[in-house]
Design a protein around this ligand. Structure first.
Ligand code: GLU
Length: 311
């Protein structure tokens, strides 16, 4: 299968390079500098093999791909009960940046939309801002196996223009769902979004989740085993926002996308998939990324319910 996998990646890359639909994100001004032709695909298996094609080593900011991982850290910091008192696990069917909270509980609907992610960022443990940022960076380093850094211009660009996220944070503050230091919380949220990774590192993170939380290349545990299931569940039901249902039917894998053009998908016990291509569809997902994941899932029968087909 592995030889076939490499050949398929090359074929899909060649085929979808010509796909010119979608637009590079520009609402964060720095992101508009991305070249729409950048395109990389990497698969990392849980037994540590790496396959890839195209712009594998080009760095980009992970944006919302940070959210499931920070959710995992919040669970480790506080446990399920406390975390679920802050953020629900219901798909909202709304866009990533919707200014909305659950009507009764006033909680954000789930950790994958901006509101939920900001609420979780606000509870990451640490005495001061630098300690909280370092804990987030250390967590990502465990997933990736090397140090990770924040792209300062992208962080500053989002901080200067992210008023919609500021509105979401103030709405949550109004209902006492987050603490008073809103700018510090938003700084950490913008910083986690501006962490740089390449496509290979993104696939390693996905493979780490596929491997029950242990990085298959370094053997280092990145997240307590008990919380991997929680992270994958919200990725499956909410990771693609208002496209999550269609994704669940067509691809059938826990996944997360970011407006930097990255998308990662997890095939439990088998592999992590990372695709990077900046042009986005109307939901904010990489157009080529969606196509590649759909094709890979179909050809290799990766949909989590495909196993019923073998019976
Ligand atoms: N930093 C971006 C925002 O908060 C992330 C959005 C995304 O990647 O979906 O708007």
């Amino acid at each position: 299968m592995y030889e076939e996998l490499q050949k398929t990646l090359e074929e899909l890359h060649a085929r979808y390079l010509g796909l010119t639909e979608g637009k590079v994100a520009s609402y964060i001004p720095e992101l508009s500098k991305a070249d729409p032709n950048w395109f990389g695909i990497v698969v990392v298996t849980t037994d540590g093999q790496v396959y890839g094609v195209g712009d594998r080593n080009k760095y980009f900011t992970i944006q919302s791909i940070s959210k499931p991982f920070v959710y995992g850290l919040a669970l480790e910091d506080h446990g399920r009960e406390f975390v679920s008192s802050k953020v629900g696990v219901e798909p909202s069917g709304e866009a990533f940046n919707a200014i909305t909270l659950d009507e009764r509980s006033k909680r954000p609907h789930n950790p994958m939309i901006n509101a939920g992610a900001i609420a979780l960022t606000s509870i990451i443990k640490g005495e001061e801002a630098s300690e909280r940022l370092n804990r987030v960076l250390d967590m990502f380093s465990r997933y990736v196996g090397t140090e990770v850094y924040v792209n300062m211009p992208v962080f500053l660009s989002e901080r200067a223009t992210g008023h919609r996220n500021r509105a979401i944070a103030y709405l949550m503050r109004n209902f006492n769902m987050i603490g008073p230091d809103i700018e510090a919380t938003l700084d950490l949220y913008f910083q986690q979004c501006a962490i740089m990774m390449n496509c290979t590192q993104m696939a390693i993170m996905a493979a780490t989740l596929a491997n029950a939380g242990v990085n298959p290349l370094t053997g280092v545990r990145a997240i307590e085993r008990t919380y991997v299931r929680d992270v994958l569940s919200v990725m499956y039901t909410c990771g693609l926002y208002d496209f999550a249902g269609e994704w669940a039917c067509n691809v059938g894998l826990p996944a997360k996308s970011g407006v930097g053009g990255g998308i990662l998908a997890v095939v439990p016990r088998r592999m992590g998939i990372g695709v990077f291509s900046p042009p986005l569809d109307e939901h904010g997902h990489s157009v080529r990324g969606i196509k590649v994941c759909e094709e890979l899932s179909r050809r290799f029968r990766l949909h989590i319910f495909d196993l019923l087909m073998d019976a």
